[in-house]
Ligand binder design. Structure first.
Ligand code: FBP
Length: 552
């Protein structure tokens, strides 16, 4: 396939397996869990998974622990039939999850069959799959991308989609289906698990936390895979740009970073590189800042540096920013409701006529491209496609106008010349870092152990990540425990709640304690490329290290 020297070498990297998965183990019930919100309603919508149809058994996580009994029984090693599917955006390490699953089956259930459904959930509904062989899997070990089986953003949620998925699982007599996806995909994992229980279909459904956005985490799930690698890729490029900016001394670089609603990626990259400014969506929301407030803050920083003779710097912009400025988020909410009611998005006069005065004024002040992006089709889960919105260009334009106004008043004497960048897709398919390669392998093996134990409606978990990988703990947490009700496409829906940046958490505190200095000093930190060997190779993201330590 034209593998580079490094990619070839990575084929032979052997991720460390947590001790508990190296020897005989079993799945035992763990602590009880509650939904993150609206528990009675969420549980009533998932009566089989929450057990509400037969009493009020609490949601429980499960732990994978060394087996209590020494003897093996005959059923223990029975061959299983499993399917797996990659869902949503690419994230480095996806192949290792599937390989971990396969290796688990080979080791503990020899003779098992593993099917890979092609091009995302649609492959499950259309019964489009391939049999995954050891030879093919070996050629994807520790490689980036999702191209072995492809991914897609279709949802399996509506009645006809669930029936189609059921038909496929019955046809292959699947014991389990492993869904490797983000928050929305795993919401649908819960929907499918519930439906299969209701129908008496034997296939269990287990999720694996995937997304570079880093917003799929909770007490049991320390992070989603792919985040570490993607942030390292972006941070390398940001570090290089910062040094260019300090060398040329003539440009401000506005760099928008992927991450959807959450600013985890931006925060991690800020801690890695020390930019002059990093906007954090969650802080913008907490202070109810609007577009004008954000523009003023950036302009203040530029003006402050100009007083020091510095007309250059780097500003990091999370891609979800537009959704968090209170005025823009109110506008988006109005647009969502309006589109759900069938107002024609192509008729901007009609759209404006349906907006409140405040939103209409804001809408009129946006650039035409941003206006049409806000009106674009939502993704299949009802989200605004924020990665299409060029917020960095909007900010450059508005900050430029604000500085021109100040110049006319005599309060700004510097220069403002800005360039825009967007880092997103280039980070999603990199060769996974040692951390992601190891974490993903363990997650795949954990998913295998859960399915083998007949568990359903759980997300595979691998924790204790601050310790060496041999000591990582493994288990599963109820998908329902991550859910609450959210307004989607004009109605309340039970969905997995996105884990946003904690503005008083360790990572954010670490940033806020330094940002005033980074704004004026040029303490650029250039992390360089991902390392696969040497003492820095196994370091996981800074935010994970801070947050994991804080949680202990
Ligand atoms: P997931 O939530 O599916 O992991 O996708 C993450 C992401 O990379 C976001 O950061 C980004 O906004 C979005 O996908 C882009 O989507 P697409 O690949 O459909 O353009």
């Amino acid at each position: 396939r034209g593998l580079s020297h490094v990619a070839l070498e990575r084929l032979y990297y052997v991720p460390t397996l947590p001790n508990v998965l190296r020897s005989r183990h079993e799945v035992v019930e763990g602590a009880s869990r509650e939904c993150v919100g609206h528990q009675p309603v969420v549980c009533s919508l998932f009566p089989h998974l929450s057990n509400t149809h037969g009493g009020h058994a609490p949601l429980r996580m499960v732990n994978i622990v060394p087996a209590a009994s020494q003897g093996e029984d005959a059923t223990e090693k029975r061959p299983l039939r499993l399917g797996c599917v990659l869902s949503g955006g690419q994230a480095p390490g996806g192949h290792n999850v599937i390989i971990g699953l396969h290796d688990y089956l080979q080791r503990w259930h020899p003779g098992s069959t593993l099917l890979g459904f092609l091009n995302g959930p649609r492959g499950v509904m259309q019964n489009n799959y391939k049999l995954l062989t050891p030879e093919e899997l070996d050629s994807y070990r520790n490689q980036g991308g999702f191209h072995m089986i492809g991914s897609g953003r279709d949802a399996i949620a509506k009645p006809d989609q669930l029936v189609a998925a059921e038909k496929t699982c019955l046809e292959h007599d699947l014991d389990g289906l492993v869904v490797i996806g983000g928050d929305d995909s795993n919401t649908n994992t819960a929907v499918m698990a519930e439906y299969f229980l209701k129908q008496g279909v034997k296939t269990t459904v287990v999720g694996v936390p995937k997304t570079i956005d880093g917003d799929l985490k909770n007490t049991d799930v320390p992070c989603s895979f792919g985040f570490d690698t993607a942030c390292k890729v972006y941070s390398e490029a940001i570090g290089n740009i910062m040094i260019d900016s300090m060398s040329a001394k003539k440009y401000y670089h506005f760099i928008r970073l992927m991450g959807r609603a959450a600013s985890h990626v931006t925060l991690e990259c800020a801690l890695q590189t020390h930019p002059q400014m990093a906007l954090i969506c969650e802080e913008v929301a907490a202070h109810r800042w609007g577009l004008k407030d954000v523009v003023r803050q950036v302009a203040d920083m530029v003006a402050q540096r100009a007083e020091l003779g510095k007309n250059f710097g780097v500003v990091l912009v999370p891609e979800g920013l537009v959704e968090f400025m209170h005025d823009v988020s109110a506008l988006i909410a109005e647009l969502n409701e309006m589109l759900a009611k069938g107002v024609n998005a192509n008729d901007q006069c009609d759209v404006i006529a349906h907006l409140t005065q405040e939103s209409a004024d804001l809408f009129n002040g946006l650039t035409p491209s941003i206006r049409s992006e806000l009106l674009e089709e939502r993704d299949p889960h009802g989200n605004v496609q924020v990665s299409h919105i060029q917020t960095e260009k909007l900010l450059i334009k508005l900050v430029g106008q604000e500085l021109a106004r100040r110049k006319a008043q005599g309060t700004f004497r510097g220069k403002f010349s800005a360039l825009s960048h967007f880092f997103g897709y280039e980070g999603r398919c990199s060769l996974p870092s040692n951390f992601d390669a190891t974490y993903c392998n363990a997650l795949g093996q954990a998913a295998g152990a859960l399915v083998a134990a007949g568990q359903t409606g759980l997300m595979a978990t691998v924790s204790n990540l601050a310790a060496p990988a041999t000591k990582w703990t493994v288990g599963g947490t109820p998908l329902l425990s991550m859910m609450h009700l959210e307004r989607r496409s004009g109605r309340d829906k039970p969905v997995i709640r996105k884990a946003l940046v904690e503005i008083h958490g360790a990572a954010m505190t670490s940033y806020t304690s330094m940002r005033a200095i980074w704004a004026i000093q040029d303490w650029c930190r250039s992390p360089g490329p991902i390392q696969f060997h040497g003492h820095t190779a196994d370091m996981a993201s800074i935010t994970l290290a801070l947050e994991v330590n804080e949680g202990q």
